[in-house]
Design a protein around this ligand. Sequence first.
Ligand code: ADP
Ligand code: F6P
Length: 325
Amino acid sequence: MGGERLVKRIGVLTSGGDAPGMNAAIRAVVRAGIYNNIEVMGIERGYAGLINGEIKEMNLSSVGDSIHRGGTILKTARCEEFKTDEGRNKALNVLNIFGIEGLGVIGGDGSFNGAQKLSHEGIKTIGIPGTIDNDLSYTDYTIGFDTAVNTVLDVVSKIRDSSISHERTSIIEVMGRHCGDIALYAGLAGGAESVLVPEEKFDIDNICEKLIQGKVRGKLHHIIMLAEGTGYAFELKKKILEKTGIEARVTVLGYIQRGGSSTAIDRILASKMGAKAVELLMEEKSGRVIGIKNNQLIDLDIDEDLSKEREFDKRMYELTKILSI
Ligand code: ADP
Ligand code: F6P
């Protein structure tokens, strides 16, 4: 018999590295779900919690006082077991037992790989991009990226104060896994003299030449913004010393980039994307990911996302060079 089949119960989880704004996304899924008379189950510790049945019903106050908080109220995890057929079968059983028909997965490309596999097994899954790395191919921005860039900028100005006082060169290593976007955006916005990313080859002699020219011109400091994906921070420090006699200091920013209260941009993005995920699940859509392109919310097939390489913004990279001559 035909007739409309309404989704009655959905789940939401956060997976992979946490990102500022994840709470705003959870809140949006929960509140938009409840607004539409859907029960929303919060799954703790990502796919690990799904396998273990760490599931609780969310109500309006479960997400109260959370929009501005860093981290994720559902906790997150990386779960090797979920990569196995056995692990995913356990998860599928749990989803069936709890009557969860649709799932919002807030995470990065690894988490989306997991969501893709669940959708192939008949669970309606929607991916919401939550990662500071901004490394997904189909979306201009991911939730958490803007906050991470702003955190880096805040720290860069502090390092700059010390750097100027000592007339020093600073190498600042930022996160991003294989993606150079945090370095690129924070490098441009922070006025770094050099930006080094895994997507572009760089020449150590050019960096050294720029350093020497800067010194001759009376520059008091030199900031090199370097993405962790280059794997080059300490080697670079050594090379600069060997080639120029200039001693650089390395600061690895690390996990501070994942913490803190999210920016308005991330909260708004997360709120829109979370609500969109509920809308898609209500339309019984599955295996889709939500993104933002040219300031418009989009959704597309998860297979399409995962099969594409992210394009690096070469023009922006060239601009960092032009503006730091
Ligand atoms: P992110 O989602 O931030 O990219 P990870 O790459 O660590 O983070 O992935 C998060 C989790 O997603 C993994 O710990 C694993 O549970 C799941 N996952 C990653 N890759 C796959 C895969 N190929 N198949 C199934 N699950 C995966
Ligand atoms: O994906 C987010 C991220 O912070 C990357 O930038 C970084 O390479 C990685 O996670 C660190 O992972 P972990 O939390 O396992 O140390």
